[in-house]
Design a binder for this molecule. Structure first.
Ligand SMILES: Cc1cc2nc3c(=O)[nH]c(=O)nc-3n(C[C@H](O)[C@H](O)[C@H](O)COP(=O)(O)O)c2cc1C
Length: 181
């Protein structure tokens, strides 16, 4: 696949087979996440690779979403993305540790797609519960997690806004559809 195929093939999957994944492939996609750009190259992120059944189940339940709970139970891995906010920056009120982690997560989900694996970024969960389950220190934030495994079904793609609705040229003007020279 070229990068555009990979981007277009990625889709959030909420139903997984119980098939195992070679740990070397899991490491490969998590290491791809570690190559993302970050604030001052500080790499504030930390990744927890979870394959213990009990912990996977508890993390899935912490999302309070039945499909995600089942996904974390069935997928052989859950990858948790954490950050030390002090290793990133704040500018214009924007806390860039979440941005850093998002870039890392995007690398991870695209690399997983390239390997024929599926993911679903989960941002809605009880952070306190996840921190307790994984023994994560007080000063570290849990930004997101994803199940990692093989999809049950052919993925269904969700729709996107049309480019002309969201891409402007030269100024904030949704009627400016053409690039001016
Ligand atoms: C920051 C973030 C948080 C998300 N949290 C959840 C979540 O808690 N539960 C869930 O089922 N999907 C979650 N998603 C997945 C989105 O619902 C999904 O990306 C979106 O609907 C587009 O679908 P697609 O990923 O299949 O293209 C999250 C995605 C992002 C980027």
């Amino acid at each position: 696949m070229n990068i555009y195929d990979t981007i277009n093939n990625r889709v959030s999957i909420r139903a997984y087979k119980k098939d195992k994944i070679d740990l070397e492939i899991v490491k490969k996609v998590v290491e791809a996440a570690c190559t993302a750009p970050s604030w001052g190259n500080k790499q504030c992120w930390r990744f927890i690779i979870v394959n213990s059944r009990v912990e996977k189940n508890l993390i899935g339940k912490a999302a309070g979403q039945p499909l995600i709970a089942q996904a974390c139970m069935d997928a052989p891995y859950v990858i948790v993305v954490c950050a030390n906010p002090k290793e990133s920056g704040v500018k214009n009120g924007i806390e860039y540790y979440t941005f850093d982690c998002a870039l890392a997560m995007e690398n991870l989900v695209l690399s997983a797609t390239e390997e024929g694996l599926s993911t679903c970024i989960v941002g809605w969960f009880d952070e306190k519960v996840v921190k307790g389950v994984l023994n994560i220190p007080e000063n570290i934030r849990v930004v997101a997690f994803t199940p990692l495994g093989y999809a049950c079904d052919v993925p269904k793609h969700s729709t996107r806004k049309k480019p002309e609705q969201i891409i402007y040229y030269n100024t904030w003007d949704k009627n400016s559809h053409e690039e001016k020279q």
